[in-house]
Design a protein around this ligand. Structure first.
Ligand SMILES: Nc1ncnc2c1ncn2[C@@H]1O[C@H](COP(=O)(O)OP(=O)(O)OP(=O)(O)O)[C@@H](O)[C@H]1O
Ligand SMILES: [Mg+2]
Length: 357
């Protein structure tokens, strides 16, 4: 069973706490993506699972066994790194076969396994090429095949797509996702790219400064971010944030910030009245409509093709972004009316950023 469980894992580098007591359970066959900004401890966490780093405290369990004291090679894991490190003087076939040759597999089995792994990532025609004759995307697949061939029940991947251009990265996302389905193995994947995490993961683990901020499915993370950090990390453009206060008037709930006031969902608890909060609203939930209660002046527009971003200010120091249809006639400098979709307004604590509503 390729379940992985980590408990209260800690890693300290010379007094700096890189990983700060994180706990996580990964199910057999799950595709889990650890995401967060540079330096938040993703690689360190993955390296402790693989055995390349020794934890200062905590437990790592793979299947039913505590593996803290096992060497990387004894943990039954396959690793794919950002740095592909293909052997330049060996053909693609020999690169893929390398791990099997080390383990002295018979030639017939090597040929069968390499052929099958190559077919899995669609590089059957590259087997006689040298690595320098392969494109970035092809090399990436060779690196994957080299891991697939050893038949691990767990794949650990650290930014394996980071050396690829934008288009190829997007193509490889689809391929990795279907590869995961076909292999049925457990994938633990590290990236700083929120879009990669959203599109591929069964569950996302969001890290910040050595800690886990939230664990959830992509839609849970996007729709109900548990902290302001998570809310701001996911989604392009970044969520709009405005500091203000909650007010309650009978059944009505209101958000007020100097000069701007806006209805909130009636489900917002009355107990929050008077509380200082940060209102978060995504650009797709900022609605530009004639007759809406709030007024703004358009600063600039960014056509994306399928949508247009409208950057505007409300004349009271709030710079906001709305995502509107591609055919909008809104021009920079023009006045407009806007409101927020009340059911999609998130409220965070001003001090610690935790979700309040
Ligand atoms: N061997 C080391 N010695 C000292 N400090 C280290 C070492 N490895 C990592 N760190 C520090 O620990 C922190 C976490 O590093 P880690 O490599 O896990 O980050 P990351 O989330 O993978 O970042 P990135 O997205 O840039 O790869 C960083 O502040 C880093 O400088
Ligand atoms: Mg890293």
């Amino acid at each position: 069973m390729a379940r992985i469980s980590i408990k209260d894992l800690v890693k300290i580098f010379g007094g700096y706490i890189a990983v700060d007591r994180i706990s996580l359970s990964i199910r057999d066959g799950e595709f889990v993506i650890i995401v967060g900004p540079s330096g938040c401890g993703k690689t360190t966490t993955l390296n402790m699972i693989s055995g390349l780093e020794t934890p200062d405290a905590g437990e790592i369990i793979i299947g039913d066994m505590v593996v803290n004291d096992l060497e990387p090679g004894e943990r039954g894991l396959g690793m794919v790194f950002q740095d592909l490190a293909l052997f330049p003087h060996m053909t693609v076939f020999e690169n893929i076969a390398f791990g099997l040759r080390v383990k002295k597999f018979p030639e017939s089995e090597i040929v069968a396994r390499v052929t099958s792994a190559a077919a899995t990532v669609h590089i059957e025609t590259l087997l006689n090429k040298m690595p320098r004759q392969c494109s970035g995307g092809e090399s990436q697949r060779v690196a994957l095949a080299r891991t697939i061939v050893t038949n691990p029940s767990v794949f650990l991947m650290d930014e394996p797509l980071s050396s690829l251009d934008a288009k190829l990265r997007v193509d490889m996302r689809t391929e990795l996702k279907s590869l995961h389905k076909r292999l049925g193995a457990t994938f633990v994947y590290v990236t700083h790219d929120q879009a990669e995490a959203m599109t591929m993961a069964d569950r996302i683990v969001v890290m910040s400064r050595g800690r886990i901020e939230q664990v959830g499915t992509p839609l849970e993370i996007y729709n109900r971010p548990s902290t302001r950090f998570v809310a701001g990390f996911f989604g392009t453009p970044t969520m709009n944030f405005i500091e203000g206060t909650v007010e309650a008037n009978g059944n009505a709930r209101l958000f007020r910030a100097d000069g701007l006031h806006h209805p909130l969902s009636t489900a917002v608890p009355a107990a929050l009245a008077g509380r200082k909060v940060v209102l978060g609203v995504r650009s797709e939930h900022v609605l530009i409509a004639d007759g809406a209660e709030l007024r703004g002046i358009t600063q600039l527009t960014e056509p994306l093709g399928d949508a247009t971003l409208v950057h505007f200010d409300d004349g009271r120091g709030h710079d906001l972004v709305a995502k509107v249809g591609p055919a909008t006639g809104i021009q920079p400098g023009s006045a407009m009316c806007f409101r927020f979709a009340s059911d999609y307004c998130h409220l965070f604590d001003t001090a610690d950023g935790t979700r309040i509503y």
